[in-house]
Ligand binder design. Sequence first.
Ligand SMILES: [Zn+2]
Length: 164
Amino acid sequence: MSRLVQVQGERPIFPGNACVHCMRPATQRIEIVKVRGYVVRKVDVPFCEDCIALRRAKSPRQVQFERLATGNSLLLALAAGAWIYTLVRDRGWVWGVLLAVLSALIVFGGMYMLVQPWSSGFRSPETKRVLWAATIRDFDWHTTTLEFGNEEYAERFAQVNRKE
Ligand SMILES: [Zn+2]
């Protein structure tokens, strides 16, 4: 169960410099961001070394998927390049090669943009949990509402940020 805590302003106090996920001593702050229309709210949230590593970790399925996808993207890019080359080579091979390389790069780049979000679906449950340990649920000019996965942490956070 997650818990919502609303604080005044956009610079909340993080209790005792504890990691928001596991509550061990934090080593680094990670910026979390929420965008609404043209307005952006950013908060630096403390995490420990292990949890930061978990946030970045790729699951074996993710690695496998990305490897496969990169291979296929490369083949697709080469095929697109070869096809463009056959279409334009009559205008001279220099143009043919240039356009072929350009179209191969565009195809590869496009595939990369598709593959990355797809691959994030294969994250491990541990990585997902630590990524959702603290998020900005909502904000306005005066308040920021944070959502925490760790209820005990959320309780301590709510206490130190309580208005006097
Ligand atoms: Zn931690």
